[in-house]
Design a binder for this molecule. Structure first.
Ligand code: IFM
Length: 464
């Protein structure tokens, strides 16, 4: 049993993250109009809970209280997203009343000594742009760069860390191929076009922001996984891992860091028209240098092609060829996601070795966390030892990656508070802080108290 705390490098950033549609509410106040999630959540059966983003955590009216809560948790950074549909409701015309909300939030954060970390796009495209074809339409990438410039004009003097996109894989493939996320389309070719246009939008926005503000820290956040073949000696299992890695990780990492799509991916999806949407010069734009990579990591995957099963249709994997994940006896979270902390260490080593290292770019964990069945006591307190153990195990894996030499500079837990978990509605809770959706009362959970201690000490307590 160790009695020494596990210290993180000096200056390591400790924070928490949220996203606009998941917490704000006020869906039609001060000029905000529908995003694709407002429209999708109204479709019968699309999300698990009729109570949608109209209210969420009412953060729009409670931001001062929520910033005070961040102070209580000793957070030094807060990663939030701005709602394009609030700031430019028709996708192109600025709405000063909506932008003002973020200006106030940023002031509140700075006054509390908390670094604001702004994500421009966390899945909530203005519905007006979806009506024009959404991310499958190249024009949306151009509109995204305009939006980035408008937000920078308003906040650039105070916000120094900018993330263009959060998890473009989800936007493209859950939204346009599997249809379980907004806009709910099940068109594999459109999903690949969306992935390319999201990357193009990232590149165009990065160029615009860089031209306006050479000193700002610019990046993108990807959700990345480790795909382990069930049997590394089995050719089918190895092909499953290669395919899914290509369609999940490398489809974004290679264009961003190498200026090209992987050849094997292009071959796998050759029947789906990706090559036709890539225009001369796009990949140079996409590979515009960035200052940091955000990595979101939640779970591991053991993958195989046997027994041969037809991949469920529609699937987010547009060319899976029968590759699928299987349980391997590890514990799972409330989402059914495999708890695999060692995957984080392996992933970070791989990403640095193959992508960020040669470019000398630091990594931040911009999301990591878990949903569990929380049971509040009579006072509303949740003694969530399961979530606390999840965080502890992943932070130990992260510490090991840092000891391996991976340049990780910070960790932002998902999530500050319970919130709208997309297709699952309010049934899956990821918060460090419990939200009672009836009263909107916030109460830090045991994991939140524990995390506050880790952030204050810049160290994990000795292993139990
Ligand atoms: O809630 C989401 C978040 O919006 C994006 N990353 C994964 C989280 C948990 O599913």
């Amino acid at each position: 049993m160790s009695t020494t705390p596990l210290e993180f490098p000096e200056g390591f950033l400790w924070g928490a993250a949220t996203a606009a549609y998941q917490i704000e509410g006020a869906a039609h106040e001060d000029g905000r109009q529908d995003s694709i999630w407002d429209a999708f959540a109204r479709k019968p059966g699309a999300v698990a809970d009729a109570h949608n983003g109209e209210v969420a955590c009412d953060h729009y009216h409670r931001s001062a209280q929520d910033v005070a809560l961040m102070g209580e948790l000793n957070l030094s950074a807060y990663r939030f997203s701005t709602s394009w549909a609030r700031c430019m409701p028709d996708g192109g015309t600025p709405n000063p009343d909506g932008i003002r909300f973020y200006s106030r939030l940023v002031d509140e954060l700075l006054a509390a000594g908390i670094t604001p970390w702004l994500t421009l796009y966390h899945w909530d495209l203005p519905q007006a742009l979806e009506d024009e074809g959404g991310w499958a339409n190249r024009e949306t990438a151009e509109r995204f760069a305009d939006y980035a410039a408008v937000m920078h004009e308003a906040l650039g003097g105070r916000v120094r860390i900018w993330t263009t996109l959060n998890e473009p894989w989800c936007s493209a493939f859950l939204g346009y191929a599997e249809g379980v996320h907004a806009p709910g389309r099940t068109e594999p070719a459109a999903a690949l076009a969306a992935a390319h246009h999201l990357l193009l939008g990232h590149g165009l926005a990065t160029q615009r922001l860089r031209a306006r503000d050479p000193e700002a820290k610019l990046g993108i956040t990807l959700n990345l996984n480790v795909f382990d073949p069930v049997d590394p000696a089995d050719e089918g299992d190895r092909d499953a891992a290669r395919r899914l890695d290509g369609q999940f990780n490398r489809i974004f990492l290679d264009p961003l860091f190498r200026g090209e799509y992987p050849a094997d991916l292009l071959a796998d999806v050759s029947h789906l028209g990706l090559a036709d949407v890539i225009r001369a010069g796009d990949l140079e734009v996409i590979a515009e240098p960035i200052d940091l990579l955000g990595v979101n990591y939640y779970h591991g995957e053991a993958v195989t092609k046997s027994p041969p099963t037809a991949t469920a249709q529609p699937s987010p994997f547009v060319a899976a060829d029968g590759a699928h994940s299987v349980p391997r006896g590890l514990p799972v979270t409330g989402m059914g996601w495999e708890v695999q902390p060692d995957g984080l260490r392996r992933l970070l080593n791989r990403v640095q070795q193959e992508y960020t290292g040669p470019a000398g770019i630091p990594i931040y964990i911009t999301e990591n966390g878990a949903a569990y069945e929380d049971v509040p006591d009579a006072d509303g307190f949740v003694d969530d030892q399961d979530r606390l153990t999840f965080f502890d195990a992943h932070l130990r894996a992260l510490h090991a990656a840092v000891a391996d030499g991976v340049d990780v500079r910070g960790y932002l837990a998902w999530s500050l508070m319970d919130n709208f978990e997309w297709a699952y509605g309010y049934h899956q809770r990821f918060g460090l802080v419990r939200v009672d959706y009836e009263s909107q009362q916030r109460i830090p959970k045991a994991s939140g108290r524990w995390y506050a201690g880790v952030a204050a000490q810049n160290a994990l307590p000795p292993a139990p």
